[in-house]
Design a binder for this molecule. Structure first.
Ligand SMILES: Cc1cc2nc3c(=O)[nH]c(=O)nc-3n(C[C@H](O)[C@H](O)[C@H](O)COP(=O)(O)O)c2cc1C
Length: 219
């Protein structure tokens, strides 16, 4: 009798352990599958300067939201990215395509300096070269878009830069996201003597954009 009880207990325990380990494995698999990537692209010709720092501030804020968020910054400064041509030019854009086609990519952050109240030509070239992501298959459709603008003067066309990037990326079916709250169209920063660290209000827009992107990317 006691042997039967022990055997029953043993079988029950073994079953429970198997179920637990299966649940754990499933939870682990689900956790791994939920990893989401946010890619930042800085479109200033000056590598490592204020635009790349501002994009990095957005990415840092996104990463701080949840361990499942993975971020990466691509700084186009100093790289050769020509505008659209057919066939596509063989330049530094080519290796970027794979990152943009990654199915785990949930959001793209595009940052540009304000150049005469519009995006830099490097930013336009980057967007034009994204054409293979639109046709034949809209690879970026439904993915989130965050925009960053850095200018040397207050009201230096930041919102025009952001609106221009958003309008272009709507052609790819991307979903533009701003920061909350108060609602902002994106991150807008003032660079004074090549420094954004004193622009607390601007850095706040970067943090809010990053947080919002992360929250939505995780949904
Ligand atoms: C050609 C050119 C045009 C510019 N036009 C504007 C402008 O319209 N509005 C503005 O606020 N700043 C303007 N600036 C200043 C840059 O936006 C600012 O220096 C920015 O920080 C540059 O980004 P970076 O540090 O990443 O290079 C201009 C700078 C250049 C070189």
């Amino acid at each position: 009798m006691s042997e039967r009880v022990d055997r029953r207990k043993f079988l029950g325990l073994a079953g429970a352990m198997a179920a637990l380990s299966a649940t754990g494995a499933a939870a682990q698999a689900a956790g791994a599958a939920k990893t989401v990537r946010i890619l930042g692209v800085s479109c200033s010709p000056r590598k490592g300067m204020t635009t790349s720092k501002a994009v990095q501030a957005v990415l840092d804020a996104a990463k701080a939201v949840d361990a499942r968020i993975e971020v990466e910054l691509v700084d186009l400064g100093g790289l050769k990215v020509a505008g659209y041509a057919k066939p596509p030019p063989e330049d530094d854009f080519t290796p970027l395509l794979a990152k943009l086609q990654d199915p785990a990519l949930a959001a793209l952050v595009i940052g540009s300096p304000s150049y005469y109240r519009g995006p830099s030509s490097l930013c336009r070239a980057f967007i034009e070269r994204c054409s293979p992501l639109r046709d034949p298959k809209p690879v970026l459709a439904g993915k989130l878009l965050g925009c960053v603008a850095v200018g040397g003067t207050r009201s230096g066309g930041h919102e025009l830069v952001i609106a221009s990037i958003q309008a272009a990326m709507l052609c790819f079916g991307m979903i533009p996201v701003g920061g909350l709250s108060p609602a902002t169209p994106g991150a807008t920063l003032l660079s004074e003597k090549d420094d954004i660290s004193k622009d607390e209000a601007g850095l706040d827009t970067a943090r809010k954009l990053g947080a919002r992107l992360a929250e939505l990317a995780l949904r």
